[in-house]
Design a protein around this ligand. Structure first.
Ligand SMILES: [Zn+2]
Length: 121
């Protein structure tokens, strides 16, 4: 019959090389500082309208997420919505810009003052 014990077992790990604990913590701190700087940079980003030339902080603008519809098919598949491109309206001239034609604009989605959804068939 096998016996059992509550005594803690010794654990031994192979050396994988790389940074020690302090170097790792310093690297994490650097990454965290960079993330915070990027978040701040995005929050302060400015949008320049290609139509009227007006510049507006994205923090006071609206990001509209479009969705496109797929009808039911077969005998067991339901309908569903799929996220499409984003739309951004210039507050000065009210012209909407498609994010597919403005590189980097969709990456700022979370920095816009408001986000909304628009469904289309
Ligand atoms: Zn405009």
């Amino acid at each position: 019959m096998r016996r059992f014990t509550n005594e803690p077992a010794g654990l031994f790990f192979s050396d994988i090389g790389g940074p020690d604990k302090e170097e790792l913590e310093a690297a994490y701190a650097t990454i965290e500082a960079s993330r915070a700087a990027i978040t701040k940079q995005k929050a302060e980003a400015l949008f320049r309208c290609a139509m009227c030339g007006e510049t507006t902080p994205v923090a006071i603008m609206e990001y509209i997420q479009t969705h496109w519809y797929t009808t039911p098919y077969g005998c067991s598949s339901g309908d569903y919505w799929t996220p499409g491109e984003g739309m951004v309206a210039c507050p000065a001239c009210d012209v909407e810009h498609r994010t597919n034609f403005s590189p980097g604009l969709a990456d700022l989605k979370e920095s816009f003052g408001t986000q909304s959804d628009r469904n289309s068939h």
